[in-house]
Design a binder for this molecule. Structure first.
Ligand SMILES: NC(=O)c1ccc[n+]([C@@H]2O[C@H](COP(=O)([O-])OP(=O)(O)OC[C@H]3O[C@@H](n4cnc5c(N)ncnc54)[C@H](O)[C@@H]3O)[C@@H](O)[C@H]2O)c1
Length: 88
């Protein structure tokens, strides 16, 4: 089975790191956490990693935009899992 959509449960250190790598490799990622505040912390960490990548010329601006475009976040674990090919 081909994997296109990944649901990652937990937007902490591990989850946001896995989301960054997965989205950067073209997967459509939905990050799940228990509330919006936890999701925002995780998304902020990813944005910072993306900007660091751009600053260090590891990512072009278009790659950074594509990576961010591959990311979504939700507190609705049921919907995220239902639509996912892979759950981490
Ligand atoms: N950080 C590491 O180096 C490391 C290494 C190996 C394994 N792990 C394991 O990976 C897991 C995550 O570690 P971490 O460092 O990212 O932790 P973390 O505390 O940074 O993040 C965990 C996140 O999961 C969320 N969460 C908790 N219960 C949830 C639920 N029911 N649904 C959705 N989200 C939920 C929390 O709100 C939090 O944002 C842990 O089991 C840890 O033992 C971590």
């Amino acid at each position: 089975m081909d994997v296109h959509k990944i649901a990652i449960i937990g937007a902490g250190l591990m989850g946001s790191g896995i989301a960054y790598v997965s989205a950067g490799n073209g997967f459509h990622v939905t990050l799940v956490d228990v509330n919006e505040q936890a999701l925002e912390v995780g998304m902020d960490r990813i944005r910072n990693d993306v900007m660091t990548g751009v600053d260090k010329n590891k990512l072009s601006l278009s790659e950074a935009q594509a990576l961010m475009g591959n990311l979504a976040s939700t507190t609705n674990i049921a919907n995220a899992v239902k639509e996912a090919d892979l759950v981490i």
